[in-house]
Design a protein around this ligand. Sequence first.
Ligand code: 6PG
Length: 480
Amino acid sequence: AVANIGVVGLAVMGSNLARNLASREGNRVAVYNRTFARTALLLEEHPEAKFVGSESIDDFVASLTTPRTALIMVQAGAGTDAVINELAARFEPGDIIVDGGNALFTDTIRREKALSANGIHFVGAGISGGEEGALKGPSIMPGGSVESYKTLGPILASIAAIAEGEPCVTHVGTDGAGHFVKMIHNGIEYADMQLIAEAYDILRQAGRFSPAEIADIFTQWNTGELESYLIEITAEILKQVDAKTGKPLVDVILDEAGSKGTGVWTVQTALDLGVPVSGIAEAVFARSLSSQTAQRAGSHTLPADATLWNITDKEAFVEDVRRALYASKIVAYAQGFDAIRAGAKQYNWTIDLGAVSKIWRGGCIIRAQFLNRIADAYATDANLLSLLHDTYFTEAVSRSLASWRTVVAHSALAGIPVPAFGSSLSYYDGLRAPRLPAAVVQGQRDFFGAHTYKRSDMPGIFHTLWSGDRTEIDAVPSTH
Ligand code: 6PG
């Protein structure tokens, strides 16, 4: 046994992580793949990594020093269970199995429970940053036991991205906490992407800017408070000219967005937790709508009755869109962090939200300067109920409000769909409103189903005899 860490599953993410691990002082990396050809290829292409390659799972396990540590990088789902079982059958108490894929956090909770019963540490670790991140430094969100992190922490810190001198990895919380936080990361990623896409659409349709001009605008935005990886790559995409047609590439890419499921999980989970992640949900639905080709087919028959957005000052218009994007982005992150807080409470995790914002500053898809502001907010108040309550964010939104309303209202008049911009503004106005029409909903529920209501002026539970003399009675809370 010579290897302090092993990697199972050598598709691009697995092999890049293995190479990243091998490039760090003190690591010797064992590799295993179900089909040996892929292992052989990796060994041949990267002799410098001095990988310990095995043809059988038995040899792979034998090549690991104790406590054995293996990182699984296979497609989430049934494949993961199969690999876990193979390893678990050969591992001993104290050994560590890490699942670095995008597993559903409830699967991770289940797997951790089963393996810890046998003394084996199971760590669900979210890993973000795509292929390049895996190779050069991802953001890593491990869950699992505190004890396993003593062995695993230094190894993960050695390969993680560095932001402001700190490695982008932290022990997020026990069992499924890491995968939960990675899931929310992806939900925010969806919202961030959709918001940038809506900003593009407004600039294109209302502002009549070309993709190349919008690329320049985004490049400019990337020097300010919107600085982020996603803005940067969007500028690159918009600049790209299609070699086949000479058109902007964005004009020839089919406008049907795909997904692998983590955004849907985020929304499903938030629905269960009762957390309004409306911006993230709209981003998921926007992808669904784009892919409803049958329903979109007759689009030309749907009347628009739109009015022209008369833009006289283009510079002011661009600034309005930028501010609307920034305010909506703040809402997306506020909703995401709210979901993490609620998840931590539900699943008994102690999650340091400030630490989460810090490990997202580098390596991951949503990496941005902006995460420093979130880290500051939690440093000021670790129990902050909403990011929107933090002074910096309250002021940032306040500076953007007039622009935000202008952009959403004009988009509606002009017939430009802005589901994420619009729902983010409504969320903000909902949080802000001293009274909500929820009182009407409570009245309706009491009317048709005697579901009862509370009063704002006195304690107790009440019901109005709607079908009788309409007097109000004290209601005994129903047990069914
Ligand atoms: C990351 C990404 C990654 C995710 C892709 C694809 O953090 O590196 O979140 O994990 O799988 O972005 O997601 P969709 O196919 O669902 O868009």
